[in-house]
Write a protein that binds this ligand. Sequence first.
Ligand code: ADP
Ligand code: MG
Ligand code: MG
Length: 252
Amino acid sequence: MLKIENLHVSVAGKEILKGLSLDVQAGQVHAIMGPNGAGKSTLGNILAGREGYEVTAGTVSFDGRDLLELEPEERAAAGVFLAFQYPVEIPGVNNTYFLRTALNAQRKARGEAELDSMQFLKLVRQKLAVLHLKDELLHRGVNEGFSGGEKKRNEIFQLALLEPRLAILDETDSGLDIDALKAVADGVNALRDAGRAFLVITHYQRLLDYIKPDVVHVLADGRVVETGGPELALQLEEHGYAWVKDRIAPQA
Ligand code: ADP
Ligand code: MG
Ligand code: MG
């Protein structure tokens, strides 16, 4: 589904990703771990097409298409979803309205009919049921005064509505509270599907106590330095990132 080869990315003239390669199949959950400043968020941002990142070498193909050629909206319509590390608050804009607008923009870009409010409400009820959520967050302003856990629940709900092929979840390095952590994990587990892949970016191992990844990668200094199964996350927990730092070959 997603194939990244020898990706080099610079931010503000500084090389951050230095030859990153990654292969993600449909149905898989990949965890991306790594020390602060390794380039984890840069990876998520470059996949979503955020501004300010320059690809200097390498390729990214998504469902056989050149992802880097697509505009951010085209990537979203193609099924790439990036959950924000720090979700924006949009006070006064009703969350339900916001979500319907986002979904319809994607449907329109795919040439599908837009949903009217009745159709959208029906979909909302289905998704709330799948995630065992109540509708209380839908009547408020977008992320307005949401707690950490509520923001995460809202993000997962957004994911459920948009039904992306590839969901990228970038978690804060400062760590989520247990509510937020469980909201993310429950959501990912409920939305795991043979046609969908997840890239779960996390500094900490504890999220992976709740989400069992198929593959774990360790990113350090802009490259994948280790790839393994769930046991790799446990090794990191035990030995810390110093263990992988020792393995990074000095760059010429
Ligand atoms: P991680 O998510 O693994 O902690 P990031 O991808 O956020 O790492 O950052 C990797 C490196 O890129 C860091 O050294 C960071 O300071 C730098 N960086 C990221 N974004 C910017 C930016 N917009 N301007 C300048 N430097 C940046
Ligand atoms: Mg960071
Ligand atoms: Mg980060």
